[in-house]
Design a binder for this molecule. Structure first.
Ligand code: NZQ
Ligand code: ZN
Length: 389
C-alpha cells in the first residue's frame, strides 16, 4: 500500500425510517434557523418533504425554504442560496435530494460566509481557502454521486462554460440520513444513470496505479460486482429493499475516500463528462456511460494487468484460450454490453449533441488527469468525442 492519511467527518444514519427517528434530535444541536434546500419538487410528490418538515417542526425550527435546485447546479443558483442564508442568519443548511442538491448546498455553505469571490478562490484556483463553512446536513433521495460523505461540490459556471468540483473536507456534511426506501420513486432512467455513476467512480479509482495487490482494489472489485448485481435486481423490482439499500451504500463507498486510499486515480472520464455537461447540460451518469467504453478502448493496452483482472474478477470472463490483450478487451466489451442492457445512451447525439456542437472547444476545455494509465492530449479527447458522436 502507498502511504495515506484518512479522515471522514460525516456521521451516517442509514436505513428505513432514519429520518423520522433521528432528524428532530440531530437538528436540535444547531441554532433556530434551518435553510431547507431541495430540487424540482420530487420530494413533495413522494412524501419525503412532509416527513422532513414534520421532524423540523417537532424540533421547533424556523424553516426557510430554498427550492428549484437544478441538475448540474449553477453558480448563479449558489449565489442565490447564499444570499438567502445570509439574510436569514441561517444556523444549519439541510439539503434534501441527490448530488445536485447536496453539491449546491455545500457551495452555499461556503459562499454564505466567504467575503471574497468564492468561484475565483475555490473552484477556479485550488488550495487557497481556509475557513469553516456553515454546517450542513443531508437527506439522500437518490443513489449515485456519493456526495453525502465527502466534501466535493461540482458546480457549473455558465458564464465561463466550466463545470468543476473539488473535495474540501470541511464541506463534508455533519450528518447524512440515508433511507433506501426514499429511492423507490426515482424514475428508472435516473436510477440507472445514478447506478452507472457509482460504477464509474469505482472504475476511475481502480484503473490506476498501484497495480500490485492492494486492499483498495480488492474492495473496489467487490463493490463493482455488487453494483452490477443490485442494478439488475432494482430494474427487475424497483421496490427491492435489499438491492436499493446495497446501491445506496455502494454509492457512498465509491466516493467516501476509502477505496481511494493509496491510489493515484484516473477520473479523466469525469473531466470529459463535466465539460460535456457544461456545454450540453446532459445527465452526468448518462454522459459517463457514453464515454467509458470508448475511453477504455483507447487506454486498456497501457493498463493490461488491471484490465485483465477487471475482466476475470468483475465480469467472470474465463481466461482460457485468450491472450492477455484479448482478455482485457473482453472486459471492456462486457462493460459496453452492460450499458446497453440497462438502457443507457451510447452516443453523444443521445445526450443532445448535434452538428452545431463544437466538439473541439469542449475537448480543448477538458482537464488532463495525471493518474490515468495513458496521459490524454486534447487531440485524443477530440477523437474520443468523435467516436462517441
Ligand atoms: O429535482 P427533483 O425534483 O428532486 O428530481 C431529481 C432530479 O430530477 C430526481 N430525484 C432525486 N431523488 C428522487 C428523484 N425523483 C424521484 N424520487 C426521488 N427520490 O433525480 C433527478 C436527478 O437528481 P440529481 O441530484 O441531479 O442527480 P445526481 O444525484 O446524479 O447528481 C448529479 C450531480 O452531482 C454531480 C454531477 O456532476 C451532477 O452535477 N457529482 C457530484 C459528485 C460529488 N459531490 O462527489 C461526484 C460525481 O462524480 C458528480 O460529478
Ligand atoms: Zn460521477
Amino acid at each position: 500500500m502507498n502511504n495515506f492519511i484518512f479522515e471522514n467527518a460525516t456521521k451516517v444514519y442509514f436505513g428505513k425510517g432514519c429520518v423520522k427517528e433521528y432528524l428532530a434530535c440531530l437538528s436540535s444541536h444547531y441554532g433556530q434557523t434551518v435553510l431547507l434546500a431541495y430540487g424540482g419538487g420530487s420530494i413533495k410528490k413522494n412524501g419525503v418533504y412532509d416527513e422532513v418538515m414534520c421532524s423540523l417542526k417537532k424540533a421547533g425550527k424556523n424553516v426557510i425554504e430554498f427550492s428549484g435546485i437544478m441538475a448540474n447546479p449553477t453558480y448563479a443558483k449558489v449565489l442565490e442560496g447564499a444570499k438567502l442564508a445570509r439574510e436569514n442568519k441561517v444556523d444549519l443548511i439541510l439539503g434534501v435530494g441527490g448530488g445536485s442538491v447536496m453539491d449546491c448546498c455545500k457551495a452555499i455553505s461556503m459562499a454564505a460566509v466567504y467575503d471574497g469571490d468564492i468561484w475565483a478562490d475555490f473552484w477556479a484556483r485550488q488550495g487557497i481557502v481556509d475557513f469553516e463553512p456553515l454546517p450542513l446536513g443531508v437527506v439522500v433521495t437518490v443513489a449515485g454521486t456519493g456526495s453525502e460523505m465527502n466534501g466535493g461540490a461540482v458546480i457549473t459556471n455558465e458564464d465561463v462554460k466550466v463545470k468543476t468540483g473539488r473535495d474540501y473536507p470541511r464541506c463534508n456534511p455533519k450528518f447524512a440520513l440515508m433511507d433506501p426506501a426514499y429511492t423507490y420513486s426515482v424514475p428508472k432512467q435516473q436510477m440507472v444513470s445514478g447506478g452507472f455513476d457509482i460504477l464509474s467512480h469505482i472504475m476511475e479509482t481502480y484503473f490506476s496505479e498501484p497495480n500490485e495487490e492492494n486492499v483498495s482494489d480488492d474492495i473496489s472489485e467487490a463493490l463493482m460486482r455488487g453494483v452490477i448485481r443490485d442494478l439488475r435486481a432494482a430494474i427487475e423490482n424497483p421496490e427491492d429493499y435489499i438491492a436499493r439499500s446495497n446501491l445506496m451504500w455502494e454509492s457512498t463507498m465509491g466516493e467516501n475516500r476509502i477505496i481511494k486510499l493509496g491510489k493515484r486515480m484516473d477520473f479523466e472520464c469525469h473531466q470529459m463528462e463535466h465539460q460535456l455537461g457544461a456545454y450540453l447540460d446532459c445527465n452526468h451518469g448518462a454522459g459517463l456511460a457514453v464515454l467509458h467504453p470508448v475511453y477504455y478502448r483507447h487506454i486498456y493496452r497501457e493498463g493490461l494487468p488491471k484490465f485483465r483482472k477487471f475482466a476475470v474478477n468483475v465480469w467472470g470472463i474465463s481466461s482460457e484460450g485468450k491472450t492477455e490483450e484479448e482478455l482485457a478487451r473482453a472486459g471492456v466489451e462486457a462493460l459496453a454490453d452492460f450499458i446497453r442492457e440497462i438502457g443507457l445512451p451510447v452516443t453523444l447525439r443521445e445526450l443532445g449533441a448535434d452538428e452545431s456542437t463544437d466538439l473541439k472547444a469542449i475537448a480543448d476545455s477538458c482537464n488532463l488527469a495525471p493518474g490515468s494509465y495513458k496521459k490524454m492530449t486534447h487531440e485524443e479527447i477530440l477523437k474520443i468525442f468523435q467516436e462517441c458522436y
